[in-house]
Design a protein around this ligand. Structure first.
Ligand code: G3P
Ligand code: CA
Length: 313
């Protein structure tokens, strides 16, 4: 596996920092230690009563209820909580580097010198972003979960994410606003190849790609057909309108990611009949998790992977 990619500085400036988070999760953790070079498959999971298959636990921006989203702190914690997938939302910098951040602007989740750490990500270079911290905002907003070490967190590049987790985690990667960042798909695939993360066949789900953009998913299919793809459906669509699009979605994707409130038995049955897995976002309430599991969901995005992991049937 190629691991040394063009001299970029690690952005986690204190790799020895042990977060030691003691949020109310310890009981649900069950901490399996990943085997070298393999993604652990011995996680404790809820089970779909219809298929008897595990319900996939996707850590939405990491365990982002407990630690700043899209940081090593959040993904480390998600792995401790036995999440099956770590989610990444991609943005591109002015100099063409893929970084992991949900918003297309820095203002909500970056702090630091205003000339570097505000405004659109696409207008800042990676060198500028390295001046920003990605955790102070969380301490400002979550006074009950403040940890001083969050202020040391940096905006991760996708390359740094792969350096840290490839071989011991699965990735669920979203191309965000790809029309505004030409070349996003090509750069994503370059990095996946560099870290030996492009599978030989579609049934290897070590990496799942997702987007709200059908064009981005079709481009990814054309460039690298063996990577599974999930079409996200915007919140605001109706169950009926999503169902009406499923035939088309099934021509280029293997899964559907609707808002959880749009998921009912009819949608699930239609999707499954077309061979589409269904992974709704973003489910944090145990009662909603239970509802979705009861009707036969395949997996879900959650900010609280410990809560989903604790729902044993
Ligand atoms: O990717 C699934 C879900 O994360 C979509 O919503 O806005 O959180 O990226 P968003
Ligand atoms: Ca996302």
């Amino acid at each position: 596996m190629t691991r040394s990619l063009a001299g970029r500085r690690p952005i986690w400036r204190s790799p020895s920092i042990t977060l030691g988070l003691t949020v109310a999760v310890a009981a649900a953790v069950g901490c399996s230690s990943p085997r070298d070079g393999a993604v652990p498959d011995d996680r404790r999971q809820a089970t779909n009563p219809m298929t008897n298959r595990p319900v996939i636990n996707i850590a939405h921006r990491g365990a982002s209820a407990y630690a700043p989203e899209h940081t090593f702190a959040s993904w480390d914690l998600a792995l401790e909580m036995n999440a099956d997938y770590l989610e990444q939302d991609l943005q591109m910098t002015a100099d063409g580097v893929l970084v992991v951040m949900h918003d297309d602007t820095l203002d909500r989740t970056a702090r630091g010198p205003e000339q570097h750490c505000s405004g659109p990500v696409i207008e800042r270079t990676l060198a500028e972003l390295e001046n920003c911290d990605a955790g102070s905002w969380f301490n400002e907003e979550h006074r009950d979960r403040v940890r001083p070490e969050f202020e040391e967190l940096r905006i991760p590049t996708l390359e740094a994410v792969f350096e840290r987790y490839a071989g011991r985690a699965r990735f669920y990667i979203e191309t965000k606003n790809p029309a505004a960042a030409p070349g996003m798909e090509e750069e994503l695939l370059r990095l996946l190849h560099a870290f030996d993360l492009v599978p030989a066949a579609l049934d290897d789900h070590t990496v799942i790609l997702q987007s709200f953009s059908p064009a981005s998913l079709m481009k990814l299919r054309d460039l690298e057909p063996t990577l599974p793809r999930v079409q996200l459906a915007p919140w605001g669509e109706t169950t009926v309108s999503i169902r009406a699009q499923l035939d088309e979605v099934a021509t280029y994707a293997q899964g559907l990611g609707p808002h959880y409130s749009d998921v009912n038995t009819a949608l699930l049955d239609d999707a499954h009949e077309l061979g589409l897995m269904v992974h709704p976002y973003t489910v944090d309430a145990p009662e909603e998790m239970r509802r979705l599991i009861e009707i036969g969901i395949d997996g879900m995005f959650t900010n609280v992977p410990d809560v989903l992991g604790a729902l044993e049937r």
